[in-house]
Write a protein that binds this ligand. Structure first.
Ligand code: BDP
Length: 621
C-alpha cells in the first residue's frame, strides 16, 4: 500500500487536529452507539480529543483511562466539488484496534487490526460543503485478535458487573486514532502499487520493478472514467536530483551506473518516480524512495551488502507520556538520534508494526529494522496480569488449542509486507514475539505463516519468530522455521536475579546448546534487560539500581562475545514505558536505558563505549 504523498496529480489534506470524542455509554463488546445510530447526527456530550494520539492518558480517572469497549470520534471536513477525474480517498495510518467509519452517516469501511493503514473511496457519500466523519473504535482484544487479550464480564459479590480486558503482553493497551488521518484526492485511473527489488553487481545497481495501475470501475460504469492505456515510465533520481536511469512499461529491470549503496548508518536513497500517461497526457505520478542494498543469511552470518552485520540497538515501543502511542515525529527523531549517538545501528519494532512515518525515517537515517507483527501474547500458560503466578494451581488453557487468531495473523502479515516491502531499512520480518513455541502445535500453527511471508516478500528477506526463555530449547518448534534464531533472555533478572555469576553460567550453557542445535543459524539476542529505577544507587550488586543494570549488561556481553553465532544484541528496552498495573511494574516497565523522557541511565555510557568499538559491517569473531 502506497504512503500518501502529494504529487503533481495527488493532493493530501490532513485531517489531523482536535476532534470530538466520547465513550460509548455502555461498556463491553456491543455498546449502544450502533443501536442508537450515533453516526446519524453530531455526537452528543463529546469532549475534545487530539488526532493522532491515544486517548487513554488524556483522562484522569481510572474508569475512563481503562475503558473497555467502543469509543466514538468525530470531525468535519469541508469539500468542494471534487471534479470528474478524481476519487476522494479517506486514509487512516492506523486505528487501534478495530474501526467502523461513517461519512455523513453512511458506513464506508471497517478495519480490524490496530497497527496497519487502511483506506476507502468515499466519493458517493461526500457532498460539496461540510461533511461529518464519525469513527467508532473498539479497544477490545481477545483470543481471536492480535495482540492477544483476555476479555471477561464478571459479576462481583455486590451484584455489580465488572468488564475487564487484560492484555496478555507487557505494554499498556493504548487505543484510538494514533496515526494520521488524511483525505486524499487521487486520479480515477491511478498507480496503486509499486514493487522495487534492488540488487547490485560491482558498481552497477539493478532494480527489478513492477507497477500496478487501476481503473475506477464505478467511474467507467458512469462514463466519467476511461480505461488506462498502459503507458508507464519510470525514472530513478539520485539525492542530487539527477535522473540516473529511466525505463518504460509496467514491469522490468533498470540499471543504475556507479550505484551508491544504502548502508547501515550511512543511508543513500534514490527516488523511484512512476509516471502514468494516457494519450501523452500525465494522469498520475508517484515517488517512492528506495535504497540499494542486499541482505542474506549465510554460514551463520547476517550479511548486508555482502559483509557480516552486527545488530547493535534496541527493542523499542511507540510510547511517550500523555500521547501514548500517538505518532510524535519529535520523539521519533530524538530516539533515532540517541541510538546513533550511542553507536547503535538497528532496532526491532517490538511488538507491532510502527508508523509509516517512522519507517521512512529509519530509511533516511540508515537504521536497520526487524519488522514485527503484533503477534504477542500467544502464550496462555502465563499471563501478564500475573493471574498465573497468583494462582499457580489453576488450569491454564492450551495455547494452540485455544487461540483463534490465525486469520488475523495472516491478514497482518499480508498488510505489513504490502506496506513495508520497499523499505531498505527492513532486513527481516518477525512473525511473533514470545509465543508458546515449545508447546506441541506451535510448528503446525506457524509453518503456513512462515511460508506466507516468504512467498509474499518480493525482497526475499529472512524471516524469524522471537523466542521466549524456556526450559528445553530442543523442543522449540519455531526456531527450525526461522532463518535467524532470535532469543529474549533474562539471565540475571527473572532467572538468577541478583546473582550475575550464576546467570553467566546458564547463559553460556544455553548459547553453546544453540550452536550445537543450529550450527549455521545466526543468533540475535533480541531482548535482555533489568528493571532500573533512575536515581536508585548502591555500591553492591543490587537489583533495580543503575549500577546493577550496568553490571547486568557487562555480564551478558562478556558471554555474547564468546560465541561465533551471536550476531547482534538488542537491549530491552530503549526507554521506560507504560504497562498495565501489576506488582511487577513500578509505574510501568523500567528496563529502559533511557527514562520515559529520554534521559540516560548509567549503563548508556558503557554501551556507547562498547558499540562505538564494534563495526557495523565487517564484524568478525
Ligand atoms: C519479554 C517481553 C517484553 C517484556 C519483557 C519484560 O517480550 O514485551 O516487556 O519481557 O519482562 O517477556 O520486561
Amino acid at each position: 500500500m502506497l504512503f500518501p504523498i502529494t504529487t503533481e496529480t495527488r493532493t493530501v489534506t490532513s485531517l489531523n487536529g482536535v476532534w470530538r470524542f466520547r465513550f460509548d455509554p455502555v461498556r463491553g463488546r456491543d455498546g449502544e452507539g450502533f443501536a442508537k445510530r450515533f453516526f446519524d447526527r453530531p455526537l452528543e456530550n463529546a469532549v475534545s480529543m487530539p488526532v493522532p494520539s491515544a486517548w487513554n492518558d488524556l483522562f484522569e480517572t481510572q474508569s475512563e483511562r481503562d475503558f473497555v469497549g467502543w469509543v466514538w470520534y468525530e470531525t468535519e471536513f469541508a469539500q468542494r466539488e471534487p471534479g470528474d477525474d478524481v476519487n476522494l480517498v479517506l486514509r487512516f495510518g492506523s486505528a487501534t484496534h478495530r474501526a467502523m467509519v461513517y461519512v455523513n452517516g453512511h458506513f464506508v469501511t471497517e478495519h480490524v487490526g490496530g497497527f496497519t493503514p487502511f483506506e476507502a473511496v468515499i466519493d458517493e457519500h461526500v457532498t460539496p460543503g461540510v461533511n461529518r466523519l464519525t469513527v467508532a473504535i473498539c479497544t477490545i482484544l481477545d483470543y481471536s485478535t492480535l495482540p492477544i487479550g483476555t476479555y471477561s464480564e464478571t459479576e462481583l459479590p455486590d451484584g455489580s458487573k465488572k468488564i475487564a480486558n487484560s492484555p496478555n503482553f507487557d505494554f499498556f493497551n493504548y487505543t484510538g486514532i494514533q496515526r494520521p488521518v488524511v483525505l486524499y484526492t487521487l486520479p480515477r485511473s491511478r498507480i496503486t502499487d509499486i514493487t522495487i527489488v534492488p540488487t547490485y553487481t560491482g558498481t552497477t545497481g539493478t532494480v527489478e520493478y513492477s507497477v500496478v495501475t487501476t481503473d475506477d470501475p464505478l467511474g467507467i460504469a458512469q462514463g466519467i472514467a476511461k480505461r488506462i492505456a498502459s503507458d508507464i515510465t519510470v525514472d530513478v533520481v539520485d539525492e542530487a536530483g539527477k535522473t540516473v536511469a529511466t525505463a518504460s512499461g509496467a514491469s522490468g529491470s533498470i540499471s543504475i551506473p556507479d550505484v551508491k549503496l544504502w548502508n547501515p548508518r550511512a543511508a543513500y536513497l534514490y527516488d523511484f518516480i512512476v509516471t502514468l500517461k494516457r494519450d501523452g497526457k500525465v494522469i498520475d505520478v508517484y515517488r517512492e524512495p528506495f535504497g540499494v542494498r542486499t541482505v542474506e543469511v549465510r554460514d551463520g552470518r547476517f550479511l548486508i551488502n555482502g559483509k557480516p552485520f552486527y545488530f547493535k540497538g534496541f527493542g523499542k515501543h511507540e510510547d511517550a507520556a500523555i500521547r501514548g502511542r500517538g505518532l510524535d515525529d519529535v520523539f521519533n527523531v530524538k530516539d533515532l538520534r540517541l541510538i546513533k549517538w550511542m553507536g547503535g545501528n538497528s532496532l526491532r519494532t517490538s511488538h507491532y508494526c510502527y508508523s509509516e512515518e517512522f519507517m521512512r525515517l529509519c530509511d533516511r537515517e540508515g537504521i536497520v529494522v526487524i519488522d514485527e507483527v503484533p503477534a504477542v501474547g500467544l502464550m496462555l500458560k502465563f499471563s501478564f496480569d500475573l493471574s498465573s503466578l497468583m494462582n499457580p494451581g489453576a488450569p491454564r488453557p492450551k495455547t494452540w488449542e485455544t487461540v483463534t487468531c490465525a486469520d488475523a495473523h495472516q491478514a497482518v502479515i499480508r498488510e505489513m509486507i504490502a506496506r513495508d516491502k520497499n523499505h531498505p531499512c527492513v532486513v527481516m520480518w518477525s512473525l511473533t514475539n514470545e509465543s508458546e513455541s515449545w508447546e506441541p502445535g506451535a510448528g503446525k500453527y506457524f509453518a503456513p505463516l512462515f511460508d506466507l511471508a516468504r512467498e509474499l516478500d518480493p525482497g526475499k528477506r529472512p524471516v524469524t519468530g522471537v523466542l521466549m526463555q524456556s526450559r528445553d530449547i530442543s523442543k522449540d518448534e519455531v526456531a527450525p522455521l526461522s532463518d535467524v534464531v532470535c532469543i529474549n533472555r533474562y539471565y540475571g533478572w527473572y532467572f538468577s536475579g541478583g546473582d550475575l555469576a550464576t546467570a553467566k553460567v546458564f547463559l553460556e550453557k544455553e548459547l553453546a546448546q544453540w550452536h550445537e542445535l543450529f550450527p549455521d543459524k545466526p543468533i540475535i539476542v533480541t531482548e535482555y534487560g533489568a528493571d532500573t529505577i533512575a536515581g536508585f544507587h548502591d555500591t553492591g550488586s543490587v537489583m533495580f539500581t543503575e549500577e546493577y543494570q550496568a553490571q547486568y549488561y557487562e555480564a551478558n556481553h562478556e558471554v555474547f562475545d564468546k560465541f561465533r553465532l551471536v550476531v547482534g544484541e538488542h537491549a530491552w528496552n530503549f526507554a521506560d514505558f507504560a504497562t498495565a498495573q501489576n506488582i511487577m511494574r513500578a509505574q510501568g516497565n523500567k528496563k529502559g536505558l533511557f527514562t520515559r523522557d529520554r534521559q540516560p541511565k548509567q549503563a548508556v555510557f558503557a554501551f556507547k563505549k562498547r558499540w562505538e568499538a564494534i563495526p557495523d559491517l565487517g564484524h568478525e569473531k
